[in-house]
Design a protein around this ligand. Structure first.
Ligand code: GAR
Length: 188
C-alpha cells in the first residue's frame, strides 16, 4: 500500500513540485495534501496544477499542534516532508511522527542554521562569510530548528564572484536532485 505524505511549505514550493513530479509514476507514495502557513504562497498554485488539495493553517494553529495533528490523522498521513516551511514544528507533532518528519536546509548544517536562517538569508550569510562551498542538509526534525539527526548532505563549490542568487541556484539544483531520492531511500 502506498504511504501517504503531507508536504509543508511556506513559499514558492519548487521543491514540493519537484518531489511530487519525481514520484508521479510511482505507487510508493501518495502526496495527499500540501499545508502552508501562508494563504498567498505560490505553493498553492503549484498544488492546483498538481491536483493536490492545499490548505492554510495559521501560525497559532501550527504552534498549538492539535489542530494540524487532527487534520493529518483524519487524512491518514504517514510521513511529513518540509519543503521550505518556516515555522517551528511543535512537540505534539514530533511525538506523533517520530523520525517521520524531515526537513531540507539550504546549507551545510550545523553552519548557517537556526531560527531566522532560511532561504536567501542563508545564501547571503554564506556569501558574506566568503565560503568556498555550500550545499544542502536533509535531516530529521526535532524540537530545535535545524538540529535533528542529519540523513544526507551534498556540497557545491562556490567562486568569489558567485552572488547570493548564484549560490541559491547551485543549492536548488542539489535540492532537486537529492531530496526525492532521500525520501525514496528512507521511506520507499
Ligand atoms: C529551499 O531552498 C529550502 O532548502 C529552504 O527554502 C527554500 C524553499 O524553496 N528551506 C529553508 O531555508 C528552511 N530553513 P522552494 O519553496 O522553492 O522549494
Amino acid at each position: 500500500m502506498s504511504s501517504r505524505i503531507a508536504i509543508l511549505a511556506s513559499g514558492s514550493g519548487s521543491n514540493a513540485e519537484n518531489i511530487v513530479n519525481y514520484f508521479s509514476k510511482s505507487t510508493k507514495f501518495t502526496f495527499s495534501v500540501i499545508l502552508s502557513n501562508k494563504k498567498d504562497a505560490f505553493v498553492h498554485e503549484r498544488a492546483k496544477k498538481l491536483s493536490i488539495p492545499s490548505y492554510t493553517f495559521t501560525k497559532e494553529e501550527f504552534s498549538a499542534g492539535d489542530v494540524v495533528l487532527n487534520f493529518l490523522k483524519e487524512n491518514n498521513i504517514d510521513y511529513i516532508v518540509l519543503a521550505g516551511f518556516l515555522l517551528k514544528i511543535p512537540t505534539t507533532l514530533i511525538k506523533a511522527y517520530p523520525n517521520k518528519i524531515i526537513n531540507i536546509h539550504p546549507a551545510l548544517l550545523p553552519k548557517y542554521g537556526g531560527k531566522g536562517m532560511y532561504g536567501n538569508k542563508v545564501h547571503e550569510a554564506v556569501k558574506n562569510a566568503g565560503e568556498n562551498e555550500s550545499g544542502i542538509t536533509i535531516h530529521y526534525v526535532n524540537e530545535n530548528y535545524d538540529e535533528g539527526n542529519i540523513i544526507f548532505q551534498a556540497k557545491c563549490s562556490l567562486t568569489p564572484t558567485d552572488s547570493a542568487a548564484d549560490i541559491a541556484t547551485k543549492v536548488h539544483a542539489l535540492e532537486y536532485e537529492h531530496y526525492p531520492k532521500v525520501i525514496d531511500i528512507i521511506w520507499g
